[in-house]
Design a protein around this ligand. Structure first.
Ligand code: CTP
Length: 199
């Protein structure tokens, strides 16, 4: 099978030297890409800026912004059977990015943010028979929100994790996840290394 995986954060520029982003390290998505490749699947990894070495033998596309990630996903989806959206896509971006560094003299800037496109919603019409897997990053009550996202984004599977814990979620080596499917099935996995969650 051909598997398309997204990983890491996106960066939304404010000026040439500043951006807004989030704490995603990319470890979960990279672990999924590695596990899929180890099982003999063809893997394309669309990665936001992270400090990780990509697994060898897979196609890697590096992006920075949510919009670049959206375009890359759209471009690569056609040839894939499965989409795993493990990236922590920024939900907002600065309304405008200054062409030059914003100087500190004068009043501090007031940031106006505008929503980015939701990539899963954006590619939903192209789904066809493909399997779509999402992750839900929550700070508390992961299942309720994950159920909502499963439905709203038309997913086949959602992996919910509580990102407020230090041993799970963003930048941790381990994760404690709950898997939910549209038929109401639920599977709670114990705390384990992200590389095992991925397998
Ligand atoms: N996602 C996406 N495009 C976005 C934001 C999120 O495709 N602009 C995907 C993520 O990759 C993940 C799923 O949607 O697979 C859920 O992401 P999450 O951040 O948990 O939820 P949001 O949709 O951003 O909702 P909220 O901010 O309300 O939690």
């Amino acid at each position: 099978m051909k598997i398309l995986v997204t990983a890491g954060p996106t960066r939304e520029p404010l000026d040439p030297v500043r951006f807004i982003s989030n704490r995603s390290s990319g470890k979960m998505g990279y672990a999924v890409a590695s596990a899929a490749a180890a099982r003999g699947h063809g893997v394309t990894l669309i990665s936001g800026p992270v400090a990780l070495q990509p697994p060898s033998g897979i196609e890697v596309i590096r992006v920075a912004t949510a919009e670049e990630m959206r375009r890359a996903v759209r471009r690569k989806l056609r040839g894939c059977d499965v989409l795993v959206m493990a990236a922590a896509v920024a939900d907002w971006r600065p309304a405008r990015a200054a062409a030059r560094k914003i100087k500190k003299r004068g009043a501090p800037p007031i940031l106006r943010l505008v929503p980015t496109a939701d990539i899963l919603q954006d590619v939903r019409p192209l789904k066809g028979r493909r399997l779509f897997v999402g992750f839900a990053a929550e700070t508390g009550a992961p299942t309720e929100e994950a159920k909502r996202k499963l439905k709203e984004k038309g997913l086949d599977l959602i992996v919910a994790n509580d990102v407020s814990r230090s041993d799970a979620g963003f930048d941790a080596e381990t994760n404690r996840v709950i898997l939910l499917t549209p038929d109401g099935a639920r599977d709670d996995w114990p705390l384990m290394p992200k590389v095992r969650v991925a397998v």
